[in-house]
Design a protein around this ligand. Structure first.
Ligand code: FAD
Length: 566
């Protein structure tokens, strides 16, 4: 059997047609971030009929704007959040097995200086606790580096006053792809996953319980009223706005959120040559930040400040960038990284639960599930790392609130979301050898891909990279590079549109590839070529193609708005 035949087609249009044809579903999930996609995967695998409606692209909210870590969160130990850390490190282990291509061990180096807030002994005790909470199943056991070792491991790091550093392990990921793979798996189990589909109102039945929603197609303008036995509000930073759609009658859940903004900056790896994720305390306020190696780039983040504006307009300010650069200069003084080195930025909102009397970074990352008097199931808070467990809890709650007969409930099956791999992880080698998969990808491409592209695609798509290789082998235009000198190929554009619900240039540059963040000119130099290829596949006319290009240029400009600020 050819690999291609195992991949179900997944275009936005085909999903919309299915939504239009559906009269009702068991579960309507509002929001296609990691939580909504996780809920859809779990619920559809249990045998429930599911529709996800996402007003933008999958993961376009917070779920493509995280620090891209699947981690226990060492710093939460300081806040005595042992339960959260235990849950997170357990999920980290599970995700490493479910998505071995996407969730990869990353060494974290935690330099300790004279006069540091914590001495080496305390940090060492914290490391044992951290490894212990994972039941000693960390990606690798921590070890202690002397100041001399640190100088060898991280030559660019400030050495003055350095006493040593523990080296411990967590995982890095591609947050947008993790979300996408959950959605793909959900669709393979029957879920309808619709993007650019905004819930404009939520309908209630005579008993006052939610019973459906009016959904608008933000691209085509059509509308659809869909009935549902249960509705899940998985709208992250928009949680309160979604509750308000039910007329805000439920005081218990009216102001659940205290969103905080987090910004990252991306620079060339050569300008900030870190070999591990380096953990820093910001010199101004002592907040924890990371400098994270990311292939040919390094990113630094994050800030953590209260935010009250429109969630859709969140962007880095010049103050944010300067704040991050001050930490960079303090820890890597010889590199003199300046504003002109910043290639790109991203900003996101943490959908944290409102707590008063604590600073932004002390707000708990725990989640809360609230069932309103009208039956709306709302989830708030949480982390990317714990999404799978949160999703399972939500679906348990949904099954309780669903008005279904005992017999029907008995027909539900276990979802096995902790056992069955995500699509790209199916068939991945036990020894987690990326190079082995890359070699197969290269062979399947019949010479169209070099080693760098093969490895990059294996890391992004997992075993699904073989499908891209087969396509590139028979189509030289698909095998061509998108940007000269970079690994991305045009086959990724085709695949994104035909199998991964990409509907706009922004989807393609930000979340199906990461050219927006990684390319030196954020993809602007190739935007016309990519637009032409998408236009062919999506039937865009000239006006639509120009509008798409303008929208992408505006997105890049928004991410660079800070440059014009005083
Ligand atoms: P979202 O991803 O925001 O999804 C909600 C979706 O709902 C959006 O896509 C939105 O378009 C959609 N929506 C809203 N209203 C409607 C409507 N009316 N109709 C249809 N759709 C609608 N966690 C970690 O574990 N590791 C990290 O390293 C990490 N780093 C972080 C760094 C930063 C800066 C931030 C901000 C967060 C970080 N987190 C991290 C937390 C993590 O990213 C979030 O908890 C998670 O992504 C939230 O996902 P979500 O699905 O709840 O929300």
């Amino acid at each position: 059997m050819s690999v291609s035949s195992t991949v179900a087609s997944m275009t936005r249009e085909s999903m919309w047609k299915r939504l239009e044809a559906a009269d009702d579903v068991d579960v309507l999930v509002i929001g296609g971030g990691i939580v909504g996609a996780g809920v859809a995967r779990d619920a559809s695998r249990r045998g429930l009929s599911v529709a996800v409606v996402e007003m933008n692209d999958l993961a376009s909210g917070t779920s493509s704007r995280s620090s891209k870590l699947v981690h226990g969160g060492l710093r939460y130990l300081e806040q005595y959040e042992f339960g959260l850390v235990f849950e997170s490190v357990s999920e980290r282990r599970i995700l490493m097995d479910l998505a071995p291509h996407l969730v990869n061990p990353l060494g974290f180096l935690f330099p300790v200086y004279q006069g540091s807030r914590h001495n080496l002994l305390m940090i060492r005790a914290g490391m044992w606790l951290y490894d212990g909470l994972s039941l000693f199943r960390s990606p690798k056991r921590h070890r202690q580096l002397s100041s001399k070792d640190v100088e060898t491991e991280e030559p660019a790091l400030k050495s003055e006053g350095l006493k040593g550093a523990p080296l411990y392990y967590d995982c890095s990921t591609d947050d947008a792809r993790l979300t996408l793979e959950n959605a793909i798996d959900a669709s393979r189990h029957g879920a309808i996953v619709t993007t650019y589909a905004k819930v404009e109102s939520i309908m209630k039945g005579p008993s006052g319980r939610v019973r459906g929603a009016l959904v608008r197609d933000l691209v085509g303008g059509r509308t659809k009223e869909i009935r549902a036995r249960a509705i899940v509000n998985a709208t992250g930073p928009w949680t309160d706005a979604t509750i308000a759609l039910t007329n805000g009658a439920d005081a218990k859940a009216a102001h659940m959120l205290r969103p905080t903004k987090g910004v990252h900056i991306v620079v060339d790896h050569a300008r900030l040559p870190v070999n591990h994720a380096v953990v820093c305390y910001h010199p101004d306020d002592g907040r924890v930040l990371f400098a994270i190696p990311w292939g040919d780039r390094t990113y630094v983040g994050t800030t953590d400040t209260d935010y009250e504006g429109d969630p859709a307009d969140v962007a880095a300010t010049r103050d944010d960038v300067r704040y991050l650069l001050r930490a960079t200069s303090a820890y890597f003084p010889s590199q003199s990284v300046v504003e002109a080195d910043v290639i790109s930025t991203w900003a996101g909102l943490r959908p944290l639960i409102a707590e008063t009397g604590v600073s932004e970074s002390q707000v708990s990352r725990e989640h809360q599930i609230v069932v309103g008097h009208d039956g709306l199931v709302t989830i708030a808070g949480g982390k990317l790392t714990t999404y799978r467990r949160m999703a399972a809890e939500i679906v348990d709650t949904v099954v309780r609130v669903l008005e279904m007969s005992r017999e029907l409930k008995k027909e539900l099956v276990p979802s096995r979301t902790d056992k069955d791999p995500l699509p790209g992880g199916e068939g991945w080698p036990e020894d987690d050898d990326h190079a082995k998969v890359a070699a197969r990808v290269r062979e399947a491409s019949k010479g169209a891909f070099d080693e760098e592209t093969s490895l990059s695609l294996a890391g992004h798509y997992g075993m699904r990279a073989l499908v891209l290789a087969e396509r590139a082998a028979s189509d030289p235009s698909a095998a061509a590079r998108i940007v000269a000198g970079r690994p991305e190929r045009f086959v990724q554009v085709d695949f994104a549109v035909e199998e991964e619900l990409a509907a706009t240039l922004v989807d393609l540059f930000l979340r199906r590839t990461q050219l927006f963040l990684r390319d030196h000119d954020q993809g602007l130099g190739v935007v016309h070529a990519v637009a032409a290829r998408m236009a062919q596949r999506l039937g865009w006319d000239e006006a639509r193609t120009s509008a798409e290009i303008a929208a992408y240029e505006a997105e890049v400009a928004r991410s660079r708005r800070w440059q014009a600020e005083p």
